[in-house]
Design a protein around this ligand. Structure first.
Ligand code: SAM
Ligand code: DTB
Ligand code: SF4
Length: 339
């Protein structure tokens, strides 16, 4: 009897798995335009070449300094330029931060990220940051911080204190960037990333989807990331959390959010163009169905932020994520020391 199985074209062509740095913007946009099933199939194939698809890293965030920020990022609850009703708070003590990190570890997090609403780190705050970082590192957690722009020297000091990753996002594609923020340039961001790499730290760099940008802009963001001298070790894909009072949040509240399938496409393309990066399904999970998150994990996302709060906005509660992990047979990625 003849074999009448259907063999899709994607199953007969090998999916390239090796990292590349010579992507063109058109090539990245062409990935977005693949038939959805082919795109997810390819991304899932690349994902399982480099990672165990059943493991998802749990990362916990803490806002160590909240609000009153001098930048005008049009999505952000913490910018002093917008009335969002957020109460500003000063920099936390190292002991409080370390106690929070212990609780995060007890809850199963293997990574702890400290975020401050600063345009840039000030030298006078660096010793306090160093004390926090070394205390968190001593717990055996992977350490990450996001403190705005860094000088080369500050980056070295943070590395010396035990900082593994520095998060500094490009946020969007270069052509849409001036619709998002005007107080910091794309070049400023690239320079901080260079300082982070030069200091020997891993980079965590991604952006936000659903700010009214076009698909070409989303491709522009991923193209910018995939053509960096070193791919980001960690690539957060945030879905805009619309905050009332912010210009971009108000737009989304009026015009509606990005379609979930387009978001999944973005995750899949991120996996394809930066195959070895940890792709983080970051802000915006609170509004995502379990099915949408499952598609994101299938398409290559392998990290989430856990705990009921991100920096200032809500995130799914622990029991909800525990149920999600059970439902999808996912395991939390162990601490690197336990791997
Ligand atoms: N102030 C530092 C900076 O921006 O460099 C660090 C903190 S900032 C909150 C870190 C990142 O969170 C931003 O670059 C942005 O990508 C993301 N983010 C902030 N507000 C968001 C929102 N409402 N929705 C989605 N992502 C958001
Ligand atoms: C990133 O790209 N996403 C996280 C982390 N880096 C610091 C932050 C998301 C913040 C979401 C908005 C808020 O809670 O204020
Ligand atoms: Fe400040 Fe960061 Fe918010 Fe921009 S994203 S306003 S830099 S806290």
């Amino acid at each position: 009897m003849a074999d009448d199985r259907f063999t899709p074209a994607t199953a007969t062509q090998p999916v390239p798995t090796q990292p590349r740095h010579d992507w063109t913007l058109d090539e990245v946009e062409a990935l977005f335009a693949l038939p959805f099933m082919d795109l997810v199939y390819r991304a899932a194939s690349v994902h399982r070449h480099w990672f165990d698809p059943s493991e998802v890293q749990k990362s916990q965030l803490l806002s160590i300094k909240t609000g009153g920020c001098a930048e005008n990022c049009g999505y952000c609850s913490q910018s002093a330029s917008f009335k969002t009703g957020l109460k500003a708070e000063k920099l936390m003590d190292a002991t409080t931060v370390i106690a929070e990190a212990m609780a995060a570890k007890a809850g199963g997090a293997s990574r702890f990220c400290m975020g401050a609403a600063w345009r840039e780190l000030k030298d006078r705050d660096t010793p306090k940051l160093a004390a926090m970082i070394s205390g968190v590192k001593a717990l055996g957690l992977e350490t990450c911080a996001t403190l705005g722009m860094l000088s080369a020297d500050q980056a070295r000091q943070l590395k010396e204190a035990g900082l593994d990753y520095y998060n500094h996002n490009l946020d969007t594609g270069p052509d849409y960037y001036d619709q998002v923020v005007t107080t910091r340039t794309y070049q400023d961001r690239l320079q901080t990333l260079e300082h982070v790499r030069e200091a020997g730290m891993s980079t965590c760099c991604g952006g936000i989807v659903g700010m009214g940008e076009s698909r070409r802009d989303r491709a522009g963001l991923l193209h910018a990331l995939a053509t960096l001298p070193v791919h980001p070790d960690s690539l957060p894909v945030n879905a805009l959390v619309p905050v009332s009072g912010t210009p971009l949040g108000e737009e989304v509240l009026k015009n509606g959010e990005i379609h979930p399938i387009e978001f999944v496409r973005t995750v899949a393309v991120a996996r394809l163009v930066c195959p070895k990066s940890m792709v983080r399904l970051s802000a915006g999970r609170e509004g995502m169905s379990a099915e949408m998150q499952a598609l994101c994990f299938l398409a290559g996302a392998n990290s989430i932020f856990v705990g009921g709060k991100l920096l200032t906005t809500p995130n799914p509660e622990e029991d909800q994520d525990a149920a999600l992990f059970r439902m999808l047979d996912l395991r939390p990625m162990p601490l690197s020391a336990e791997r």
